[in-house]
Design a protein around this ligand. Structure first.
Ligand code: NG1
Ligand code: MG
Length: 511
């Protein structure tokens, strides 16, 4: 699927009156506040949603396909441009947020050229700046290095809970990059360009991330999940759920355990990226002697998928067979349960310790002395397989003509999600007791499948629930989990989200 970002030419376009009437008040408030703040009307609004990952966790940066969906919760950014640049060498950015208490307004005089981002500071405007930086790189590629961006006045509002695993960051970065492109006169923004800009931009905020969130935020289609592939290049297509009886819904529940990647990256997220890349290098050395790992679009330029492609260069085997074989190979070749030291990895790969450190441990901070290559690779290959099995269930022709009770079918979907949770907990070690507890509560109250969604170590969980048990599941979570925590009213209201799959990035040009 390719295509460009749709432009809606009036406020009463798709995102307000017609498909999301409940959001009209919010849009109206944003525009009124914009007028009050800047003394002029906004010219357009860009929008990008958060996402829930249905299945395919921690495999995007190993370049395996994933299945997220866009949400109704989103970031909307109202913009006006054409302010005179402050002087010859800078342009002005005025950034404000409807939630001014948590995200105070800022003004910047930004020098032309590369946009600087101080990733060591946890500052909300960094996400706008990283969208700006990516969009400008694209514009400079197109129009020449001395392209001069316009000054912008910006007011944003986000309903994706921050730091909660629903990818508020990708929504913010994609909506910002899109806003900058439109502000600078782009008429037709290509979705693939926008996604790639958002992926690279978000890495500028200090996380070595894969591309799932940004793809979901940009490409999603109302009413469907999105099958996103990263190799050989980025592609995405909608996948529709069959009609089931009982009907299925996704309940998304916060754990209120926060794992901030900026802080924990070196021992969690970024470390996993490094472990997967090291596993790729070791497996490749052991199983594909004489073949270099192909350079690819993973955060470290090599990935488990790259090794996979080397190993099965001329095979006729199906993807499912290949992945099943890789699981067995990993078990026999990467035997050390307690992890590998850098020395051991260097000797297996046949290079120096310095070389391993330079290749895998220098671009992003990581800390660790035992790298669990076996467990991480086993998770990645089994999870990649589960995504394909889930997809096959959804796209099976007979599933789209099911009649009568579909409980057995629903359970198969749920079992795959439960298996993901087991693998995340045992092999990838990215769950936490609170998420495990939420999963147990939901299953006990009648859910089919429960797991963490997003990076884990806290954040959000997603639950596949029959519609007629949705209230029971939510009630059980309230009684057994949320009521036992000291949560504010605001937190309680945001604790559980039942979201419909919603469209990705769009621009609304105001008359
Ligand atoms: P979260 O932490 O939910 O934004 C992260 C990565 C994804 C993916 C998942 C794990 C970022 C921006 N996103 O999601 O690319 O790797 O973890 O599947 O870091
Ligand atoms: Mg994020």
């Amino acid at each position: 699927m390719s295509g460009s970002v749709p432009t809606v030419t009036a406020l009463d376009g798709v995102y307000t009156h017609q498909s999301l009437p409940e959001q009209e008040a919010r849009w109206t408030k944003l525009l009124a506040k914009f007028q009050a703040l800047y003394g002029r009307p906004a010219q357009f609004v860009s929008r990008s949603p958060g996402r829930v990952n249905i299945i395919g966790e921690h495999i995007d940066y190993s370049l395996y396909s994933v299945l997220p969906m866009g949400m109704t919760h989103d970031v909307i950014i109202a913009v006006s441009t054409d302010l005179a640049p402050s002087n010859d060498s800078t342009y002005k950015l005025k950034l404000a947020n409807l939630d001014e208490e948590r995200f105070p307004a800022r003004e910047f005089d930004v020098p032309y050229g590369e946009v600087e981002i101080d990733a060591t500071k946890h500052e909300w405007t960094n996400y706008f700046r990283s969208g700006l930086r990516g969009a400008l790189q694209l514009l400079q590629k197109k129009y020449g290095a001395d392209f001069k961006p316009k000054s912008m006045q910006v007011l944003m509002d986000g309903t994706v809970p921050a730091g909660g695993g629903l990818s508020s960051s990708a929504a913010f970065v994609s909506a910002s990059a899109l806003a900058v492109m439109i502000a600078n006169g782009e008429k037709d923004v290509d979705k693939k360009d926008l996604t790639e800009v958002a992926i690279v931009s978000e890495r500028a905020v200090g996380v070595n991330s894969g591309g799932m969130d940004q793809s979901a935020s940009v490409f999603s289609k109302q009413g469907s999940a999105l099958f996103v592939s990263f190799a050989p290049s980025l592609s995405a297509r909608p996948v529709f759920f069959p009609k089931t009886n009982p009907e299925l819904i996704f309940v998304v529940a916060q754990s209120f355990v926060t794992s901030n990647k900026q802080v924990t990256g070196p021992v969690r997220y970024n470390l996993r990226v490094v472990e997967c890349s090291m596993a790729a290098a070791v497996l490749n050395a052991l199983l594909c002697p004489g073949m270099d790992l192909p350079k690819d679009a993973g955060p470290l330029g090599v990935s488990l998928h790259g090794f996979h492609t080397n190993y099965f260069k001329d095979t006729q085997k199906s993807m499912n067979e290949q992945l099943a074989e890789l699981v067995e190979l990993t078990k026999t070749k990467l035997t050390k349960e307690d992890g590998y030291t850098v020395d051991e990895i260097a000797s297996l790969v046949g290079v120096s310790v310095d070389d391993i450190k330079a290749r895998f441990m220098s671009s992003f901070p990581v800390r660790g002395d035992h790298f669990k290559l076996r467990q991480r690779a086993l998770h990645v290959f089994t999870e990649a397989l589960r995504v394909l099995q889930f997809l096959t269930l959804l796209e099976d022709n007979s599933a789209h003509s099911m009649t009568g009770d579909t409980t057995e079918y629903n359970k198969k979907l749920g079992d795959l999600m439960n298996a993901t949770q087991d693998s995340c907990r045992e092999l990838y070690e990215c769950s936490c007791p609170e998420i495990d507890e939420l999963c147990a509560i939901a299953r006990e109250a009648g859910g089919y499948g429960s797991r963490l969604t997003g990076a884990g170590w806290g954040g959000c969980s997603v639950h596949l629930v029959p519609a007629d048990r949705a209230d029971a599941v939510q009630q059980a979570m309230m009684d057994k989990y949320y009521s036992k925590r000291n949560l504010s009213q605001r937190e309680l209201e945001a604790a559980i989200v039942v979201s419909r799959p919603m469209n990705g990035s769009a621009v609304c040009v105001l008359k």
